[in-house]
Design a protein around this ligand. Structure first.
Ligand code: HAM
Length: 445
């Protein structure tokens, strides 16, 4: 090859590589979510990463997510498309397209893309897990959805999560409320920060979300939604709060909770991790979007759901000292001093029997292979030397902290033919009971 050194590439701004053991924690989190969602009758839906730009414009043409942060572009066919900034719009588009039977309860996991200013807990590519339930406006469904997320956080060991709930009322309530907030803020425009004044022109309710000290006064005196709620909306919200109480899900009514997306009607909620900085402490949120299916060309259909931010949940777990990273683990490491054939065959047989097994390639000295065995986190080394080979046996040696130091039990000779069965019974297989709903207690490296 000619020329100078090749350019070395780095991840794009706001994008990260997730290496083990962080990857193992993410998988554990997602697996647990899948178990929780299935238990509540939700089935998986996998929406595409790319959609027609129009799908996301329905999320709210006045929201930052759409106007400032979307990765949208013209593809080779000249069509305006976008990488999904969230999943709800795609799920509802899919509902309108396929018309599944109602109620339709789905869960999803996967990446989303927003061109945000990156900082800790705010990335341009981030994973969400979430659910959407279409086809019912029963307040008990709101309760089910919210409680599902709450119990999920609890199951991860998170203790410092605050659930904020609010209602934005029916379509008309929200419109009248928005007008009142706009009039109020217009009257205080002089006191507002420049950013808030700009937001006021585009999306008055979002000003209520401002954390800037200058805006606090005007926000504190702004009208609250309670005064604008129709009887139905107030009753619905009352039933939601009652249901959360009944299930023992602690919540705080936050009348200024305005979510960053425009499709919400009635119930909205957010989960704040108190262990994180206020600017990025939302580890999840959601609400009702009873008009969205219609906006996307479908029949009027009620819907509610949430999405939780995987990256932020893991940051919150770090801050609370829960969900620690797993240690490397293998059932067996084959050490082969006879040329490699034994390691090739034995690892294959062990894996076929459901055990996790590895080896060192290229052979090497006993010392080098034992070092690799130790580093692998294996419970035992299965050693094949010339001696063992001649005798038709292998040596099984317990490693590291797995050793019970009980003299000869730390090492024993086992017939080559019997070693797979010996290990399969003596150690717990890594992927025992591989049913879809098992949460793995141990991690492979
Ligand atoms: P969202 O509030 O935009 O709602 O996002 C949900 C969660 O995704 C946030 O609470 C946060 O944890 C995480 N998240 C958002 N942006 C980022 C980012 N740049 N970096 C890291 N994490 C982030 C939705 O997406 C709605 N689709 C939720 C929903 C479902 N509403 C109804 N159904």
């Amino acid at each position: 090859m000619t020329g100078g050194p090749r350019e070395q590439f780095q991840t794009l701004t706001g994008m990260r590589d997730v290496l083990w053991p962080d990857s193992a924690r993410r998988r554990e989190l997602v697996d647990r979510f899948v178990v929780a969602a299935r238990r509540a009758g939700y089935r998986e839906m996998v929406p595409p990463l790319l959609e027609d730009l129009g799908v996301f414009l329905r999320v709210g043409e006045d929201t930052d997510v759409v106007t400032k942060e979307m990765y949208d572009f013209e593809d080779r066919d000249g069509r305006r498309i976008a990488l999904r900034p969230e999943m709800t719009a795609g799920v509802v588009r899919a509902f309108v397209q396929h018309r599944p039977l109602l109620p339709w309860k789905v869960f999803y996991t996967g990446a989303n893309f927003r061109h945000e200013r990156p900082q800790k807990g705010r990335y341009r590519a981030f994973d969400q897990v979430g659910v959407e339930a279409l086809g019912s406006d029963d307040a008990d469904l709101d309760v089910e959805v919210i409680a599902l997320a709450w119990r999920f956080f609890e199951s991860l060991g998170l203790r410092r999560v605050r659930l904020l709930v609010n209602t934005l009322g029916e379509h008309d309530d929200r419109r009248r409320y928005t007008e009142a907030v706009q009039a109020h803020l217009e009257a205080h425009r002089g006191e507002l920060s420049e950013a808030a004044a700009t937001t006021l022109d585009r999306n008055p309710l979002r000003v209520l979300d401002s954390k800037r000290p200058e805006d606090r006064g005007a926000i504190a005196t702004a009208p609250t939604i309670a005064e604008f709620l129709s009887e139905d909306a107030a009753a619905h919200f009352g039933r939601v709060k009652e249901g959360l109480d009944a299930l023992g899900v602690p919540h705080v009514v936050e009348e200024r909770l305005v979510r960053g997306l425009d499709y919400y009607r009635r119930t909205t909620f957010e989960f704040a991790a108190e262990a994180l900085d206020a600017a990025q402490n939302a580890i999840g949120g959601g609400g009702r979007y009873d008009g969205l299916a219609e906006d996307l060309g479908g029949p009027p259909t009620d819907g509610i759901g949430f999405a939780l931010g995987v990256d932020r949940i893991l940051l919150a777990a770090d801050a609370e000292g829960v969900m620690s990273a797993p240690e490397a683990h293998l059932d067996a490491f084959v050490v082969d001093m006879t040329g490699g054939g034994a390691a090739r065959d034995l690892t294959h047989e062990l894996r076929a029997a459901g055990l996790s097994a590895d080896r060192r390639f290229g052979g090497g000295s006993m010392k080098a292979q034992m070092k690799a065995a130790d580093r692998s986190g294996a419970e035992v080394a299965v050693i094949v030397g010339e001696d063992e080979l001649a005798a038709g046996e292998v040596t099984v040696r317990r490693l590291r902290h797995h050793s019970d130091t009980a003299g000869d039990r730390a090492q024993q000779r086992v017939p080559r033919d019997a070693v797979v069965a010996h290990l399969a019974h003596g150690t717990q297989p890594t992927d025992a009971a591989p049913g879809p709903d098992t949460t793995r207690s141990r991690e492979e490296p």
